[in-house]
Design a protein around this ligand. Structure first.
Ligand SMILES: Nc1ncnc2c1ncn2[C@@H]1O[C@H](COP(=O)(O)OP(=O)(O)OP(=O)(O)O)[C@@H](O)[C@H]1O
Length: 241
């Protein structure tokens, strides 16, 4: 079955320098849970940006939901983006809006009636432990609280893909475990999850997760499990390549 995300020979060059990312070829399954790891500066955020359509690749093909998003007309990109929830490394909350209104934003953009959004937004704020901070503006929240608002905003619209860049960077281990539980619950409902992280404790907490590792702009894939197109299955006659 085709993946919900497919990168084929993707390269990314900022400006005129050498490529930041090279020869990325992989496929992510619908409903999969993936951790993206690698040293600082390896290119994790850059890969995620291409995935959530904030950055065009310099070469190669990217297919999301079965459609070529590099060749897609610009006018169609917002439609694809609405199907992807993003937790940015720097949160990107709207400063003049309360926590409630930041979380409600994707539902309002999608045209959800005001009467229908109050309960889901309150429930989501409670989920991330911020039920009593609904009226607070981002500047009055701690870094960890802002991060949780950002996560609530990313998942409120039940995206098909959730992309999170270091989502537990500013929270204590107990909150990190709760957030991971939230991602896991979403994943169980069918959302494909891609989490970039340095946190090795996080990696061991989700047994079903697969690892994507980037080093110096290239995907390191020792098992070959993520290679695109998939390897032929030799298991029936027991012959390994
Ligand atoms: N907009 C940009 N213009 C030019 N170079 C950039 C840009 N964004 C990132 N880079 C460079 O691309 C390389 C990869 O950066 P990226 O942020 O993708 O790495 P990362 O693996 O996410 O790092 P970290 O774990 O520290 O967040 C770095 O050398 C960085 O300086």
């Amino acid at each position: 079955m085709a993946g919900i995300v497919q990168f084929e020979n993707v390269g990314l060059r900022y400006g005129t320098g050498s490529e930041t990312l090279s020869d990325l070829s992989f496929s992510l399954a619908v409903g999969g849970f993936y951790f993206l790891t690698g040293p600082s500066g390896a290119g994790k955020t850059s890969l995620l940006k291409m995935l959530y359509l904030a950055q065009r690749p310099s070469r190669g093909a990217i297919r999301l939901f079965g459609e070529d998003v590099v060749l897609a007309q610009r006018a169609r990109l917002p439609g694809f983006r609405r199907r992807i929830g993003v937790v940015f490394q720097d949160f990107r909350l709207i400063p003049h809006l309360s926590a409630f209104d930041n979380v409600a934003l994707p539902l309002r953009v999608a045209g959800v009636d005001e009467r229908d959004l109050v309960t889901p937004v309150r429930e989501m704020l409670a989920w991330v432990g911020l039920a009593d901070r609904a009226t607070a503006r981002p500047a009055t929240l701690s870094g960890g609280e802002q991060q949780r608002v950002a996560i609530a905003r990313a998942v409120i619209g039940r995206p098909e893909i959730l992309v999170a860049d270091e989502p537990t960077g500013n929270v204590d281990p107990e909150m990190a475990a709760r957030l991971l539980h939230l991602f896991d619950a979403l994943n169980t409902l069918g959302t494909t999850i891609v989490v970039a992280t340095h946190d090795i404790h996080l990696l061991s907490r989700v047994a079903k997760a697969e690892m994507l590792r980037i080093e110096k702009g290239r995907l390191v894939d020792p098992t070959g499990a993520l290679r695109y197109p998939p390897r032929p299955d030799f298991s029936r006659d027991g012959v390994r390549p």
